[in-house]
Design a protein around this ligand. Sequence first.
Ligand SMILES: [Cu+2]
Length: 163
Amino acid sequence: MNNKISGIIIAVLLTLASGIAAIAHEFKIGDLEIIHPRARATAPGAPVSGGYMIIRNNGGEPDRLVSASVDFAGKTEIHEMSMKDNVMVMRPVEGGLEIPASGEVELKPGGYHVMFMKLGEQLKEGEMRKAKLVFEKAGEVEVEFSVENVEAMKKMDHSSHGG
Ligand SMILES: [Cu+2]
């Protein structure tokens, strides 16, 4: 087979593979499914972004999301948001985020989220960004966050986290 034809075949295969990834976009480790991890697209120079997903636990034991890491942020934490004196506040989840047995937790704007701080670069819509999630029992799993225009919270901005 000549190089030109094999190049075309490889290009077609890559296109098919990326199409399948975009449709499925789900990761598994042990009894856990990580569904549609996505990160909020940022403006140039913005210091922070948020990561969201559904984590489903098909097992009979609870697990915990204890940490996340990415190479595009200087610091990454698992946060929860709540109302305090009519102000939205957020803070790191103590001891990790529990994923109940035979249940699921949704990380979403206004609730639990992965906080990407000290961003080293802009997150642009359409990109896929690698991340590592660490669970107490299931262990480490590599996932990819799709960068999307996740609607920002209206009363809330993350600028206080810029550090
Ligand atoms: Cu946060």
